[in-house]
Design a protein around this ligand. Sequence first.
Ligand code: TYD
Ligand code: MG
Length: 465
Amino acid sequence: MAKAQKSFVCQNCGNTTTRWAGKCDACGEWNTIIEEAPRENLPKGVSGGKGGRKIEFVDLKGASAPPPRRSTTIAELDRVCGGGLVAGSVILVGGDPGIGKSTLLLQATGLLAANSVCVYVTGEEAVDQVRLRAQRLGLGDAKVALASATNVRDIVASLEAGAAPDVVVIDSIQTMFSDSTDSAPGTVTQVRTCAHELVRVAKKRGFTLFLVGHVTKEGTLAGPRVLEHMVDTVLYFEGERGHQFRILRAVKNRFGATDEIGVFEMTDAGLKEVLNPSALFLAERRGNVSGSCVFAGLEGSRPVLVEIQALVAPTSPGQARRAVVGWDSARLGMIVAVLEARCGLAFGSTDIYLNVAGGLRIQEPAADLAVAAALVSALTGNPVPAGAVVFGEIGLSGEVRAVSQRDLRLKEAAKLGFQQAWIPRPPRTDKAPRASETKSGFAIKDIGHVQDVVSQFTAAKEKRS
Ligand code: TYD
Ligand code: MG
């Protein structure tokens, strides 16, 4: 029989070639081509022929109880995971190097070890290093089974032998290697193969598996998001290295809501939970400064108040800079364009800097109105009234649109001592309180058009002069 032809398949676009290449001719991606097994080499049990077995179909209705959860005792971590860890599930924890992934998972396993069997496999550090860190975190006596290993075959064999553990941490997936493929450790193929083998044993033995993954400089986990579809939950650990705040964000969760966040503070004794993030994000705010506006945002199910800061500085025409930290720069461009086209403001020969204080990254369009208020305040030099929170989405014609969870946002603002809110005018059918109505000293200002915000500042200026 003729030798089966090898085939090489691009993992990005699916193009098949007969020779390996570093770059795919079809889509232009690098390092995405891998060899795929010819037909004859298909593993046993995978049929290449006709005549499959009939599968059983069932009704959607059925008695399936929600999965039991194991609490890590770190409430912020539990919430992001959807209320605790699910047995047999796989959680990928991604983030920049040095952000605190190992610290978080060492703390979690250290605490879980009180009544669960925990395994921590590190491929990055020596056993002594991890021990020292555990001591520093006050977890020196925790009963965590620790190993420094990188060979997935050994790790899988150890996890399959004896009693099944409850929680296993692999730190990190990029350092692991499997001898069932020839590629070098850290390559897409290796990462995928190792993860696949580890996920299989987690499902088989029913333990919760944490995989740590470093984010590549393009911002994706180990190449073209190879792991995200393989796991049940994807958590990103974010934050500015210079700030002590760290945010754990769920971007995918088969067992809970996404966009939940957990807020932590990096201290000398490891990560500490932050139970009231709004108070923390507003702690260093100074009142009565132009260009600063408090946004009542929502992260998952939780309201979070943050300060948005804008700075508008003159520049020579044609050289205007727009720099944004913590928000979408395209969205800033849109808000500036709306303010110019619909309200007649001129930002043309100015540099604009926008910053979300505290290192939080906002993704909601609800921040539009707060950004507009900060910009107009910076441009006119009039501060947003202290004690005011702002939220609302801005459309291209300058109209301000309602956003979700209005009451939850207002409640959080009232709890933190704010006395007024500039928010979208509720739809006519809504029975929510109107501008004239005030509830327990809280004044609500209806904003129908972004011009209403601009006139708050220009009116203040006229009154002053
Ligand atoms: P680490 O968990 O090693 O990051 P990652 O695994 O994501 O690469 O965190 C390392 C950083 O955290 C390091 O810069 C020091 C800091 N750190 C503290 O500030 N306090 C602590 O108690 C610990 C353990 C680490
Ligand atoms: Mg680490």
